[in-house]
Design a protein around this ligand. Sequence first.
Ligand code: GLC
Length: 558
Amino acid sequence: MEKNWWKHAVVYQIYPRSFADSDGDGIGDLPGITSKMDYLEELGIDVIWLSPVYRSPNADNGYDISDYRDIMEEFGTMEDFDRMLETAHAHGIKIMMDIVINHTSDEHPWFTESRQGRDNPFRDYYIWKDPGENGTAPNRWESSFSGSAWTYDEGTGQYYLHLFAEKQPDLNWENEEMRQKLYEMMRWWRDKGVDGFRFDVINLISKDPAYPEGEELGNGLTSHTCANGPRIHEYLKEMNAAVLEGHSLITVGECPMVDEEMAKLYSGEDRNELNMIFHFEHVSGSLKHPGKYGKWDAPAMDLPELRDILVRWQKGLADEGWNSLYLSNHDQPRCVSRFGDDSAGYRDLSAKMLGTVMHMMRGTPYIYQGEELGMTNPRFEKIDQYRDVESLNIHHKLTVEEGLPEEQVMAYLKEVSRDNARTPMQWDSGDNAGFSTGTPWIGINPDYVEINAEKERKDPDSVFNYYRKLIRLRHENDVIVEGRFDLLLPEDKNIFAYTRTLGEEKLVVLCNFSSKIVDIPEEIRGLLRGEVLIGNYKEAGKEYLKPYEAVVYKQSLR
Ligand code: GLC
């Protein structure tokens, strides 16, 4: 297999709980995924990123693992996993496992042992500290899911660290024996035949042994003091040598709080760490106008801000490192609702425009389940419709502790909550959108009658068929994979325009981020020659762009 095959790949993320339910318990499962392999092959993707399917008490929907070598009961059995892997491979699709090794569940046997006593052999697998003065937490670090990152354990009189929920204690990577056990477990999955790993919050694994307070930023933002710690590159190189080296795997590390310079260290080709990372700069809400409550009340980004970030990353990793291209995943609201316009008139056009702008860039594109249908935020009205631990905690904090009015907090959740991405896949217009014959674990977006896979597969002009084409074009055109990226119209308020160049081939990409008709500036009109490779209107713009128009011209420089 070609060494850097993952540079040519398109990845599709499955959030198993919400994908397809085969047994009517209202929860998606592995046989459900297996049954949809034809659909994924039709879409044309190369790799499935599978969100965690390991045994878990589900405090954070599987991102709290209690047994790394077993399958979550609701999702099926190891035989079901093996069948899914085999079926995927038979369809030419690879499986990238999501692996969570910054923390485990508090129900993992390592932790239940660890909390038995201060001299338990597993004590040092986690991060335990004495109380500060007056019995307070050892420092002010906050959990990403609200409140202190430290929980006091009555039995042993110390605090343990959890950068996420109380039920997700952080592992102590300083402990060599623990690290070796993690590597052994990953080799076990690798030898089973999985094709890669997505490493959950991997740049948080190395903690500064001084546990510095850091600036008081509030709302979980203390993670900047916990990210990219002193031994991070040493650990990643060690893990690479122990698990990845010599195997042609795809690896991506989820990395909050990184810039392009750091990304080169994580993903540089001869660094022997990871193939690529996910950064968060473009999905954190406007950084120019930060909110008082972090991402919750930050206004959406306008085009200039979004473009500056994406372009900085395109340029930053042009010669070293590799970009992952994404606008949505299971932690983000639906991209058409956030960056596009999900009202009936523009949903379809703006979903295709966003797909174009991302899929024509340099890097590996990631599609989150339902994005290929243009699925939208459900914008649940009542707190009891939400399931996500982060959303429930912030709701409690803002209403009870900060005293904000209920409607204000609900307005934040409607736009930003992770549950916006977690409503079930919309397969057809039948009961429960064809997701389950039982009662789904979380509500279904009522728009499924209009927006569903069955309908879109039949419609040549659907978002689904547009995504199929975007994927196919990447497979057929090296210029999309390898071409140099150059920005056009850097100051334009509405149009995101750029070129890609490889040898004698050039692409010109134009995307209108507004619902207005906008003139194409004279200075670039001369570039609009050649074949229209893809576009979301029948007639492609030459002098002006229609609302949310996207068009890609391909030309030969000969
Ligand atoms: C990552 C996951 C998110 C999870 C968190 C803690 O950010 O993507 O879903 O809650 O890590 O594991």
